[in-house]
Design a protein around this ligand. Structure first.
Ligand code: FAD
Length: 446
């Protein structure tokens, strides 16, 4: 009996429910990755995500070969490849872990139906979240739109223990042909990725090492340090979670295994924000492009390519915003506090649509995640679920004084700050604030 295991954003061997089920079924497993970015359009992986994916696929292929197995890599369309591989290998079943973005759910539904029609058995599993998005409902049976009551439903929950990685995996008589990872051309043609290479270790092993370092170190001060971009106060596990190099269930249990201290709860709360983001995307699939609160469809956004460009380059003249945008460009990641300030500056000080900022983040973040990015931007813009009210407008200078009090973060990313070469502010804070409040009043008065 031969089974295909279709890897997508679950690039790990341990606690991988689809892989585990295929192995315990007694089947000979053929692991497959299919590159079909057009099937995720308009949210096919951006440039930084593709860089990560290249490294992570290399790591997965190496781990599989240590187990006596092999990763078969092909280009899509996914359904065609799965049917062809089933024919080539005589596989009778296909296993995968479910994903929750609208395009991926539609693809999964259609693929499963077409495979079954051709006589293949299809088994799908929950591996990306702690709980399935449709499972969590408020007392009226509706999806949650407020975080705290959503979070409270997780506190008493017991999640089953993660499953280990499969031991030796049986090999088929012949392996199907495979592309090399480099054939997918995921790495940039002009090498801008040096900063990414210096900052990250993609893959399951890197994720495990990084988690252990965080749990032994940073987590004990998480609640006090998590807002400090000048310190390593957060776990930086977001790209590992996004690519499924570590499951949220592994992380949840790893945190819970440590002697209880108050910071563990505060960290687990963030993991539940990730669940909340997926819950919202599942129930409100139009939110990557449309505000959840309909009155924001009439918001008088401005079209200002020069200001947008200054923001993307980290040349707004507001040092905390610029430091964040440069950290993003160099490392593919930005600290959460600075994401809040930089995003707020774009949508409030510059009145540029949040969708433009979300698209820039999508291309440049190594952790670009449709659920989390949509929640983050709609939260900042005041148009999403449980969002910050639009009228609360961060003063980027005060935010810098509060969260980067010695200026170490700004000095690191904006070394010319204070010199003649550093740009003057592209907008004055007080005037920009008033303009944003006027724009809000315009949609409220109609
Ligand atoms: P930690 O503080 O160590 O948190 C642990 C994990 O919890 C994170 O890895 C992440 O998976 C989850 N988490 C933490 N905060 C949030 C949050 N606010 N919403 C959802 N999940 C959260 N996160 C992404 O993973 N991808 C994105 O594309 C993304 N875009 C964002 C855009 C904006 C405008 C904002 C304000 C936030 C965005 N976030 C996004 C959320 C958050 O900034 C990152 O998850 C966090 O900075 C990642 O760093 P960390 O792993 O050190 O987080």
């Amino acid at each position: 009996m031969i089974a295909l295991v279709w890897f997508r954003r679950d690039l790990r061997l341990a606690d991988n429910p689809a892989l585990h089920a295929a192995v315990v079924s007694g089947a000979v497993v053929v692991p497959v990755f299919i590159w079909a970015p057009e099937e995720e359009a308009p949210w096919s992986p951006g440039a930084a995500s593709q860089w990560w994916l290249h490294q992570s696929l290399g790591a997965l292929a190496a781990s599989l070969s240590e187990q006596g197995s092999r990763l078969t890599i092909r280009r899509g369309p996914s359904l065609e490849v799965l049917l062809k591989l089933a024919e080539e290998t005589r596989a009778t079943s296909v296993f995968w872990n479910r994903l929750y973005s609208p395009a991926e759910m539609a693809r999964d539904r259609d693929t499963a139906a077409a495979l079954q029609k051709r006589g293949l058995s299809v088994s799908t599993f929950a591996g990306a979240l702690l709980r399935e998005p449709e499972e969590v409902r408020n007392t009226s049976g509706k999806p949650f739109q407020v975080f705290t009551p959503f979070y409270k439903t997780y506190l008493p929950a017991e999640f089953s223990k993660p499953v280990g990685k499969p031991q030796q995996m049986a090999a088929p008589e012949a392996w199907p042909s495979s592309l090399a990872v480099s054939d997918l051309a995921l790495e940039p043609k002009i090498d801008w990725a040096e900063g990414l290479r210096e900052s990250w270790e993609p893959g399951e092993r890197g994720a495990r090492r990084h988690t252990a370092d965080f749990l032994d170190g940073g987590m004990s001060q998480y609640s006090t340090e998590r807002d400090r971009p000048d310190r390593t106060g957060t776990s930086r596990l977001s790209p590992h979670l996004h690519f499924g190099e570590m499951s949220p269930r592994q992380l949840w249990h790893a945190v819970r295994r440590r002697p209880a201290h108050p910071d563990a709860e505060s960290y687990l709360r963030q993991i539940v924000w990730r669940e909340f983001a997926h819950h919202l995307l599942f129930h409100f699939p139009e939110t990557p492009s449309q505000p959840l609160r309909p009155e924001f469809r009439r918001f008088p956004w401005r079209h200002d390519p020069a200001a947008f460009r200054a923001w993307t380059r980290g040349r707004t003249g507001y040092p905390l915003v610029d430091a964040g945008m440069r950290e993003l460009w160099h490392t593919g990641w930005m600290h959460n506090r600075v994401r809040l300030v930089a995003a707020s500056f774009l949508v409030k000080h510059l009145l540029i649509p949040w969708q433009e900022g979300a698209a820039w983040f999508w291309d440049t973040l190594v952790d670009a995640d449709l659920a989390n990015n949509t929640l983050g931007w709609q939260w900042v813009a005041g148009c999403g679920a449980d969002a910050a009210p639009y009228f609360r407008i961060f003063n980027p200078t005060l935010q810098a004084e509060k969260f980067d009090p010695e200026g170490a973060y700004v000095r690191r990313w904006v070394p010319e700050f204070g010199q003649a070469s550093y740009p003057r502010p592209i907008v004055a804070h007080a005037a920009a604030r008033q303009r944003a409040l006027d724009a809000l009043a315009a949609i409220q008065s109609r």
